[in-house]
Ligand binder design. Sequence first.
Ligand code: RVP
Length: 498
Amino acid sequence: MAQIIAGVSRTFNEYLLLPNRTALDCSVAAVDLRTPLVRYAAGQSSTIELRTPFTSAIMQAVSSPELAIALARNGGLGFLHHNRSIDEQVEDVVTVKNFKAGFVVSDTNVRPEDSLRRLNEVMARTGHSTAAVTENGGATGRLLGLVTSRDFHPQRHDPDAPVSSRMRPITEVAHATADVTLSEANARLWEERLDCLPVVDELGRLRHLVFRADYTDNKRFPAQLVDDAKRLRVGAGVNTHDYRERVPALVEAGADVLCFDSSDGYSDWQAEALRWAKKHYPEVPIGGGNIVDGDAFRFLAEAGADFVKVGVGGGAICITRDQKGIGRGQASAVLDVAAARDSYREETGEYVPICSDGGLAHDYHVALALAMGADFVMMGRYFARFDQAPGAKVPTREGFVKEYWGEGSNRARNWQRYGQGTQGLLFEEGVDGFVPYAGDLSEGLATTIAKLRATMVSCGATTVPRFQATARLTLVSDQSLQEGHATVTLRETTGSPS
Ligand code: RVP
């Protein structure tokens, strides 16, 4: 007969935190959101610590290089998805690793012999008003000059005239060599009253453009997650099918951390793949998952996982529970796995961080996940709403929405994660839909972080480990949830963007 697990499968919505005593020095400014990302031995600290406890879901609709850059600049980590060729994913990793704050790879480029009409078209497409004129018309060709929207007028100048007739040649354009630092570049922008400073290599090839606006922008991100060479950190998803080729390519490209991405990580395939990765690349941290119970945690930890992802069936786009009857309420799953992680640490002296993945429907769910023992969270729906996510922004009568689709949907066709033993999907485990558009990631995340800090202060904790150790939670009844909502007629719509 089947074994019935004791206790009900519970969700985050069924819990609330109780305030703890808040000491005088426990303030939002004192809260430190640092948290371990990868396994470490007792008495040491994790080789990679997130500065804020957020990672992005390994999904087409979420983790583009642009989103990974924005998230790392805010102290979290993006996991670039693997539902694409190895070469394409490698290119994504390189894009993030090559990101240099304030140094922009030019996306508006023409050749000197191109017509002004074409220049106009390129500017209209990119929305930028400064174009680099390069020998081959590419972003890294030999720089021959600059042309801006102030240098020509579609009505005043013959649209068939070549760009060379209106560009400022390189001999008249202030430019810098590749060893220039951002603060040196900025000093020149101000002293020489420039809007843009091109940076070229020793052969005169264009490397980057530096704009005034981007320099001030960089000052906004004091908690960036960077490696020893001050490059942004980035993660990458891998699967148990082509890992022997994909893992080496991603490591070579500079990925800081990898993660086996599966809807059911409690499998010999994943254990075998983890052992292979740890044997061939012991220096590269690699996570595993997803799982929902303590036995499965131990299984992956023993196979070498450097962190373990928790969550099956709770994702906003996920219908695994409807389709296969598999899953567990996210709160019960996190509590069970956190207990197993703590026992594993006591027995082995090794701390293996856990990630609560999926189903975080409100900002306060992040605080609940951490209080229940998660070291960090992974979110899909949340990040899919921002400008930096790859889904299209679509106007509706109620405002803008962004596309968001599951990896188990027909649209994603991620057979490596969801294939039923075939290179195709026999049935879907995810849906294809929309989420409300929420603007820029940095602004949205700042609000979520402000709420998390405030919650931790109410619970008397200024660090994540302290919060985990001291938080008190209570189960709630429907009536007490009801009591928590406003019971007056609202003057206007207020509240959280999430
Ligand atoms: P959410 O944050 O609730 O949008 O959930 C994101 C998570 O859902 C992912 O990190 C992944 O674990 C899971 N997922 C992704 N695709 C699907 C699906 O199609 N069922 N589920």
